[in-house]
Design a protein around this ligand. Structure first.
Ligand code: SF4
Ligand code: SF4
Length: 408
């Protein structure tokens, strides 16, 4: 075993749940059974299938990684063939993992660029600021170039896409200098958002982006459950050769996993993350997906579903998960948003609730919530929003519960 691998294994065992349990119990048998959980996880996952993404037809692993992911999980993912890194500019705090830096051209690294002078609702697109930001990120990450430049959160409306071309100009300048190669965006929905006059839904904006023909691929919220507008956009995108990446995929899974009764109700041999990935990568209309993982056990469980058949038992699991998520976790469609007389940012609040309860990112969720100008406590329980919710969520009650979690 090389010095580096010994180090990785030691560091990994320090944070592994298996090791903690074994250590607490003083149970050496348990430790030897999980003697090398890193290698076992890599073996269980195997080699991820790849798909062509967007106009450039680049071959990319069906599950992509993301900046900020723990170095050992990156190492495991790379061993299994992950070759695209969303948010790779988020690594400067810890440094881009050596496995990527040392084999730079084998990876597609994406820089994610936010609006300036405000947040994703109030900020503006600014050619010069975006141009300078990407250069700054290149210096900090030492990546040399970014493969993809992403407009984070996307456009507010089709009108903005047509009128405001500053992001595209910044991309073209950087591309001429050899510093970026492909243009992409992630797209949230802004219909009925009182801070975004004229805002439109993600599907409307993305359809216009495809027709515009300049962006190569887009990231959008997508998970199990009926979503006709998104499904019809995905069909259109595929026909036009526009690449799609699913984000916010694990709708409600964190809460499901904490409910022993629900977990017992799943068919034998299935787990929520594994069934989700089987469905996403073999049955859905999406090209690639991002799934947040927190440790090597979650990596093995989740990534081992990639490209594997959706068995009858997995389909049953997906139906159960979908029904459960429909009663607990907002799909962030924003259909309720135009009907709130108080301008409560319902979808934003319930997005942060998902970060806290499903992803375990309470600190981030509370910080984002603290920045909102209107909170869940501004809801007057009028009920106007509820009839527009495809999940029939009891929105006022959900907002109250979310406020208790998010209001630090
Ligand atoms: S119930 Fe609350 S969130 Fe829904 S429309 Fe009324 S004030 Fe807005
Ligand atoms: S509360 Fe319902 S309508 Fe509103 S964003 Fe969530 S799922 Fe959509």
């Amino acid at each position: 075993m090389t010095k580096k691998n010994r180090m990785m294994r030691r560091e990994f065992l320090q944070c592994s749940t298996v090791a903690v349990i074994a250590g607490l119990a003083g149970n050496s048998a348990a430790l030897s059974a999980a003697d090398n959980p890193f290698e076992e996880a890599v073996k269980k996952v195997g080699r991820l299938p790849r798909r062509k993404l967007g106009y450039s037809n680049r071959e990319i692993s069906v599950l992509i990684g993301y900046g900020g992911l723990d170095e050992q999980l990156v190492e495991a993912a790379v061993k299994c063939g992950v070759n695209y890194w969303h948010l790779s500019n988020r690594w400067p705090r810890t440094g881009v993992p050596a496995t990527i830096l040392n084999n730079r051209d084998a990876h597609y690294c994406q820089v994610t660029v936010d609006r300036v002078g405000g947040n994703h609702e109030t900020g503006r697109i600014d050619e010069e600021a975006h141009y300078r930001f990407v250069k700054e990120m290149l210096q900090q990450t030492k990546l040399g170039y970014f493969d993809d430049m992403q407009l984070h959160f996307g456009y507010h409306s089709t009108a903005e896409l047509k009128k405001e071309r500053g992001f595209i100009r910044a991309f073209e300048r950087l591309k001429k200098e050899g510093l970026v190669k492909h243009l992409c965006l992630s797209q949230h929905g802004y219909a009925g958002n009182s801070r975004v006059p004229g805002g439109e839904s993600a599907a409307e904006i993305l359809t216009a982006v495809v027709d515009d023909g300049i962006y190569e691929h887009g990231q959008l919220m997508y998970s199990y459950g009926e979503d006709a507008a998104t499904n019809s956009f995905l069909e259109y995108a595929r026909k036009k050769g526009f690449g799609t990446i699913a984000m916010k995929t694990s709708r409600g899974i964190g809460r499901m996993k904490q409910d022993p009764e629900f977990m017992k109700s799943l068919p034998a041999g299935t787990t929520p993350h594994n069934a989700l990935v089987r469905w996403l990568t073999t049955e859905s209309k999406i090209d690639l997906a991002i799934i947040r993982i927190r440790n090597i056990e979650e990596f093995a469980d989740t990534y081992s579903g990639a490209g594997r058949e959706l068995r009858a038992a997995d389909s049953r699991a997906i139906s159960l998960m979908s029904a459960r998520a429909d009663s607990t976790a907002c799909r962030l469609c924003t259909q309720c948003q135009p009907y709130c007389p108080q301008h409560v940012p319902i979808a934003e609040i319930l997005r942060f609730e998902r970060y806290a309860l499903d992803d375990g990112d309470l600190d981030e969720a509370q910080a984002l919530y603290a920045d909102l100008d209107r909170k869940a406590s501004d809801c007057v329980s009028c009920g106007s929003c509820m009839e527009h919710c495809p999940q029939q969520l009891r929105i006022p009650e959900k907002l109250k519960a979310a406020h208790r979690v998010l209001n630090a």
